[in-house]
Design a protein around this ligand. Structure first.
Ligand code: PMT
Length: 505
């Protein structure tokens, strides 16, 4: 790729800070771009879009500014740290960018994922979708296969203004918006009508279509509005499933008593639209906001350290633990800056995501995010980077393998702990392969953090904590040591958030 005139681009964007915010990188990354006079490939789309929004005519292949500036009707909010999260919008909107828009719009607009079940009351879900939007709630529709026998996906899409999702194995949908992403990028999942079949499949943990997969994968609260024939509702199987779902924390709205479409009388009617909408609005209003007013910095994922322009040193961190913590804190109202190395996870809703690659970039981004009340370092930061200039590709020649000299990376956790703007509560992780408690205690003392969560790199069954969906840890806080058993990483994140809430409460 032709090199870029990085200084001209920075000037046109309005300064280095603007480029940093646009690409969610630290100051040192911008220095590197200037030194190399080249932007990374991933920067080309957003920079091109931002320059055009500022009235420049740009050659998209090399980002050369070829036209005079004209007065811009609208400028891209370059100082908005959410901008990087919306990179896809600048590049050309995708399905997931639609939800990103809601999430990052700064309007705080709540999002409901509406699952329409296959019953005669399915058509009433359309009214629920419309009324929710009257409350400024963004609705994304998902339909079971049998629901589309009663109402068409097109009707739901037309009403919500968004694609209605129907198929678990649609490659197009998977490319645009994976089912896990759908399940996560919402504030609440609402099922209308919850049929006997859908309740049974959910109670039994089945994931045999998009709707049940979302219900299994979501971390958002779930509400169900059951509707079915009165005999089906009264059947012990349905009653047991109902009890299981309630015990798992699913809120039930109805069903009501009265006449049914089949001509029978009894309990099983879908609650009125207003009752369903009021229950959802109340649930969303009561979202747990105990950490509102607190700013948390969370590091997550690996860092990658270049050896040359194509090779790097990295580790197996997936970001699952750090991202779950960021999500749990954001759901409790904290303002969260999630600084993460390269991961394939979507970033959670309502967080400011800063994408970094190296430890030094992660350090810069964390320092730039101060002041904060809470810092949680869950990232697996590389301890070393390769010394010297890493630009260009190392050539394989007859002199044998190259000698690679390593230099120690800055310690982000220790730097946050010792900073003059030190967050009130600094929490580290310790990934240990032996002497879990003793090594973690020594690490806590050395790095100066308040609490440390010690997790074993390899568990009793031989599996690694890296990239796994579960984790167990020792929490060392004050003089105490609590043993947290293996649990889903999401549950561990919630448990930590509970402890943080109690600390500030
Ligand atoms: O991402 P997952 O696949 O979900 O896996 C989660 C995890 C195993 C990565 C996570 O639970 C975890 O243990 N994170 C810390 C991993 C680690 O690098 O541990 P450490 O013992 O080497 O470092 C101790 C602490 O110092 C950590 O909080 C680390 O983020 C921090 N650190 C380390 C080096 C450095 N240069 N700067 C740092 O801030």
């Amino acid at each position: 790729m032709k090199k870029h005139d990085v200084q001209t681009i920075i000037t046109a964007l309005g300064g280095r800070a603007q480029l940093q915010a646009l690409l969610s990188v630290g100051a040192s990354a911008v220095s590197n771009y200037l030194a190399r006079d080249e932007l990374p490939q991933r920067a080309v789309g957003p920079v091109c879009a931002a320059l055009r929004a500022r009235g420049f005519t740009v050659d998209p292949t090399c980002l050369e500014i070829i036209g005079q500036r004209v007065p811009a009707a609208a400028s891209v909010p370059l100082d908005n740290p959410h901008m990087a999260g919306n990179r896809q919008i600048a590049n050309g909107a995708t399905g997931s960018a639609l939800l990103d828009t809601h999430r990052s719009s700064g309007t705080g607009q709540a999002r409901v994922l509406l699952i329409v079940g296959g019953g005669i009351a399915a058509y009433k879900a359309l009214g629920v979708a419309r009324r929710l939007q009257d409350h400024d709630i963004a609705v994304t529709g998902v339909m079971t296969r049998s629901a589309s026998e009663f109402v068409t996906p097109l009707s739901l899409a037309a009403l919500t203004g968004q694609k209605a999702y129907t198929d678990l194995f649609s490659l197009t949908d998977e490319a645009e918006m994976g089912h896990i992403q759908l399940a996560r990028q919402t504030d609440l999942v609402l099922v209308v009508p919850a049929t006997a079949n859908l309740m049974a499949r959910t109670a039994n943990g089945l994931a045999d279509d998009l709707a049940t997969t979302i219900l299994l994968a979501t971390t958002a609260p779930v509400m169900m509005a059951p509707a079915m024939n009165q005999a089906m509702w009264g059947h012990p199987a349905t009653q047991e499933n109902h009890a299981v779902l309630v015990a798992r924390g699913i809120d039930m709205i109805g069903p009501d008593d009265g006449g049914m479409a089949c001509g029978e009388e009894g309990t099983g009617r879908l609650s009125p639209t207003d009752g369903i909408v009021d229950a959802v609005v109340a649930k969303l209003a009561g979202r747990h906001k105990a950490l509102a007013g607190h700013h948390a910095i969370v590091t997550s994922g690996p860092t990658i350290e270049p050896i040359d322009s194509v090779r790097f040193i990295a580790n197996r961190s997936s970001g699952k633990q750090g991202h779950a913590i960021a999500a749990a804190l954001a759901a409790r109202g904290a303002k969260v800056t999630l600084v993460s190395g390269p991961v394939s996870l979507p970033h959670p809703p309502h967080v400011t995501h800063v994408a970094v690659e190296s430890a030094r970039e992660m350090m810069d981004a964390c320092m730039a995010a101060l002041p904060a009340d809470i810092a949680i370092c869950a990232a697996a930061v590389a301890d070393w980077h390769v010394a010297g200039d890493t630009s260009g590709k190392l050539k394989k020649d007859h002199a044998g393998p190259p000698r690679i000299e390593l230099v120690e990376n800055p310690d982000i956790l220790a730097s946050l702990s010792a900073h003059k703007k030190r967050p009130q509560l600094v929490i580290g992780f310790a990934a240990e392969s032996e002497n879990l408690q003793a090594n973690a205690a020594a690490k806590r003392a050395r790095k100066g953090c308040d609490w440390i969560l010690a997790n074993a790199v390899t568990r009793a069954d031989g599996s690694s904590v890296f990239d796994s969906d579960s984790n167990g840890a020792l929490l060392l806080a004050g003089n105490s040591c609590e043993d947290w058993p293996q649990m889903p990483k999401i549950a561990l994140a919630e448990r930590l958030a509970d402890r943080i809430e109690a600390h500030f409460g």
